[in-house]
Design a protein around this ligand. Structure first.
Ligand code: NAI
Length: 261
């Protein structure tokens, strides 16, 4: 499915990004990994970059090859460093990278955004998500967070709500659609990676434990990576603008409860 393809994977030095890169390499792809930290082992080629500013994104893009088949946006932070940095990395940095990489994505290529079950509230918070996703360019995120009154504890879910809404919209933006580039999201539930301990601190143990209890266990990075790579592949060529929950049924359970059945 991915033999000979070039896949750009952010967040490659840990957890879901690391497993995505490893599996893509096993499937015969060339992987360009990006992270703010160096990976422990050798995994394709690697570019160190911090995706929290426009300047860093531009410097990264200048080092990328002209032709890329798919971009897997996996890098993310938990929210424990405040709402501004969380929105900068999880949404505005991701979006800036994706828009800058778009001209290098081959016709029919793919973008996969790793969102989260934490973004489930995008419908309930639609106006805020629309406004945040509607801000052009890479804003001064600290000012934006103040203007929107987003407390630090909400930075993570708000970032993922904006990301989901933008994913649906991007699938129809000429920048992507005119060249047949598909834009989809994958939304994990709790996954046993280093970030999960941080979620426990930000969201509380009870919330994390209740999510795990609904589906019997936490996910693992190997549970998530195949879904990301499927959406990167031509096997998903008619799948565009979707959010694929990869969570053992957690979103179905939460949605059923929210709809009262
Ligand atoms: P992780 O903490 O193991 O990996 C995240 C990676 O992103 C790290 O290697 C980190 O260095 C990198 N990163 C963070 N900020 C960066 C920046 N400014 N620039 C470049 N790289 C940066 O966490 P995990 O679980 O692999 O998370 C991957 C994605 O999955 C994230 O977007 C996260 O929000 C999402 N997710 C994770 C869940 C979980 O329970 N583990 C649940 C739902 C979504």
């Amino acid at each position: 499915m991915l033999f000979g393809k070039t896949i750009l994977v952010t967040g490659v030095s840990s957890g879901i990004g690391a497993r995505t890169a490893e599996l893509a390499l096993q499937m015969g792809a060339d992987v360009i990994g990006v992270d703010r930290r160096k990976p422990a082992g050798v995994m394709g080629s690697f570019i160190e970059a911090d995706l929290s500013s426009q300047a860093a994104v531009e410097a990264l893009v200048a080092r990328l090859p002209q032709r890329i088949d798919a971009l897997a946006n996996v890098a993310g932070v938990s929210g424990n460093t405040g709402a501004a940095l969380t929105l900068a990395v999880n949404f505005y940095g991701l979006r800036a990278l994706t828009e800058a990489v778009a001209p290098r994505l081959r016709e029919g290529g793919a973008v996969v955004n790793v969102a989260s079950i934490a973004g489930f509230g995008w419908r309930a918070n639609l106006e805020r998500a629309k406004d945040l996703a509607g801000v052009q360019g890479f804003p001064d995120v600290a000012t934006l967070v103040r203007e929107f009154g987003i407390p630090d504890g909400l930075g993570y879910p708000v970032s993922k709500e904006a990301l989901l809404l933008w994913t649906f919209r991007a699938a129809h933006m000429p920048l992507f659609r005119a060249r047949g580039i598909r834009v989809n999201a994958v939304s994990p539930g709790p996954v046993e990676t280093p970030i999960l301990q941080e979620f426990r601190a930000v969201l509380g143990d009870a919330r994390v434990e209740s999510d795990i209890a609904r589906v019997g266990r936490a996910g693992t990075a190997p549970d998530i990576a195949p879904a990301i790579l499927f959406l990167c592949s031509d096997g998903a060529r008619w799948i565009n603008g979707v959010n694929l929950p990869v969570d053992g049924g957690l979103e179905a359970s939460v949605a059923a409860e929210a709809m009262g059945f």
